[in-house]
Design a protein around this ligand. Structure first.
Ligand SMILES: [Zn+2]
Length: 135
């Protein structure tokens, strides 16, 4: 689930699979869960859910702190050309989950993540391949 862009909520078995595969760049944080009022007859406890806080970082090609800062006074930053996602691998920390240009709304993952999710037949996600670098 993603209640907000970039916010990833998953079940415990997803966290287990990601850890087992030794994937990096995320920190699972248990979230408080209760059944909503619209659930007529809840069966037992709701499942354990975790938010995946993404800790990996990277920059897009040609971008740096100066080019995303719109106001030097309050240090407000922006994310120009949001559809253009070309990662500068020399400024990627190598994590499997990572943000680019300090934008928490955009979560990029390595192919390894997609393979693990697919192998376990997890649902309700979509891995969208990024275009090759020289496009
Ligand atoms: Zn300002």
């Amino acid at each position: 689930m993603h209640p907000f862009p970039g916010q990833l909520i998953v079940q415990a078995r997803v966290v287990e699979a990601l850890k087992e595969a030794r994937l990096t760049g995320f920190q699972p944080v248990r979230v408080e869960v209760q059944w909503g009022k619209t659930v007529k007859s809840p069966r037992g406890e709701p499942p354990a859910l975790y938010e995946l806080l993404v800790t990996g970082t990277a920059w897009r090609v040609g971008m740096d702190l100066e080019s995303i800062t719109v106001c030097k006074e309050c240090e407000r930053i922006t994310f120009p050309h949001p559809d253009w996602l070309v990662v500068d691998e020399s400024r990627w920390d190598g994590s499997d989950f990572f943000h680019v240009d300090r934008n928490p709304n955009i979560v990029l993952v390595t192919e390894r993540v997609c393979r693990v999710l697919a192998r376990h037949r997890f649902t309700n996600y979509h891995c969208v391949p990024l275009p090759p670098k020289d496009v």
